[in-house]
Design a protein around this ligand. Structure first.
Ligand SMILES: [Zn+2]
Length: 320
């Protein structure tokens, strides 16, 4: 069953928190609504974040970090952000993060594809700046409205003047937003940890040098295909060019991978399924019942016969 707009709106509103700026909140919910009308299911995953919550995030993976006399160091987790309290527009209720959900509303899809970009475009038409447009570090889920204020101005208590564009009100011609925005490192607080670990594995196993950013973009897809081609050459004596491009030769060389299989090809299959929103219950390179269930679910969605065996047609749908 297709997820209801109401469900996406409720979840989004809850995730933004009560400290979100009313204009930001209105625009965010409007974005969810407009995207929904185009068949794109957007959910807002975050909004306002208090200084303490930011301190907690910043303390992850950092030794001896404290804020206001409280120790926030948590070495059991990896570093997730470079933004200290006050260095994120989330701390002022001016930023949101979003992702795309599967049609049934049950899975987050982290692929920065056409739908993802369309959602960003809708957000931009409503007055947001998109983190995917940043040149140094891209933060694809991130949208903010800063009113031209820097972190230090906001910290000093200056309130941004935000104008809602929800009812199509055009922005006034002269807006006072000529301030230069702080060149602080933007918050690096997004990205899916499982995808990051897949990217790390691909880098170390196949020397593909992709960004470990937690998103399934073109480079990560290419790296997965390169890994697949490398393994086909190694394990099956295929003579494929390892170029990361899915073509008829790679398709024809694809083996049938089924329950009981293990190794790097199974790992690549699990990773590709995960990227498409089908969780194989473990990224362990062992084809067990969880992987089989995920293969079947993917095959059904891709209109293939759902036999639970990943062969050339399944790989073609995953990589093509
Ligand atoms: Zn953000």
């Amino acid at each position: 069953m297709t997820v209801k707009l109401e469900t996406l709106m409720d979840r989004s509103e809850k995730n933004m928190g009560s400290g979100i700026h009313p204009v930001v909140k209105e625009a965010a919910l409007e974005m969810v609504k407009r995207a929904y009308q185009e068949g794109i299911f957007v959910q807002i995953s975050a909004g306002y974040r208090s200084m303490e919550e930011q301190a907690k995030l910043y303390g992850q993976g950092r030794l001896g970090y404290s804020y206001n006399g409280i120790n926030y160091s948590d070495l059991s987790k990896p570093v997730v952000t470079n933004a200290m309290p006050g260095q994120s527009y989330h701390n002022y209720g001016l930023a949101i993060d979003y992702f795309i959900v599967s049609d049934d509303g049950k899975n987050a899809l982290w692929t920065v594809d056409e739908k993802w970009r369309r959602a960003a475009a809708i957000g931009k038409s409503l007055g947001f700046t998109w983190g995917g447009d940043w040149s140094n570090f891209k933060d694809y889920p991130h949208l903010d409205m800063t009113g031209g204020l820097s972190y230090s101005q906001l910290k000093a208590g200056i309130k941004p003047i935000l104008i809602s564009k929800v009812n199509g009100t055009p922005p006034p011609v002269t807006q006072v937003e000529s301030e230069v925005i702080d060149k602080d490192t933007p918050p690096k607080d997004s990205g899916n940890p499982t995808i990051k670990s897949i990217q790390k594995t691909l880098n170390s196993r196949y020397h593909v040098k992709i960004d470990v950013d937690g998103y399934y973009g073109q480079n990560t897809k290419k790296a997965l295909i390169k890994g697949f081609q490398t393994e086909l050459n190694k394990q099956y004596g295929a003579k494929l060019i390892v170029d990361g491009i899915w073509g008829p030769q790679t398709k024809a060389a694809s083996p049938n991978v089924r329950e009981g299989a293990k190794g790097n090809i199974t790992y690549i299959l699990q990773a590709a399924l995960y990227m498409e929103g089908y969780y194989p219950h473990g990224m362990d390179g062992i084809f067990g019942s969880g992987t089989e269930t995920a293969v079947k679910a993917f095959q059904r969605a891709a209109r293939l016969s759902a036999d639970g065996i990943a062969g050339e047609d399944t790989f073609a749908k995953l990589f093509g």
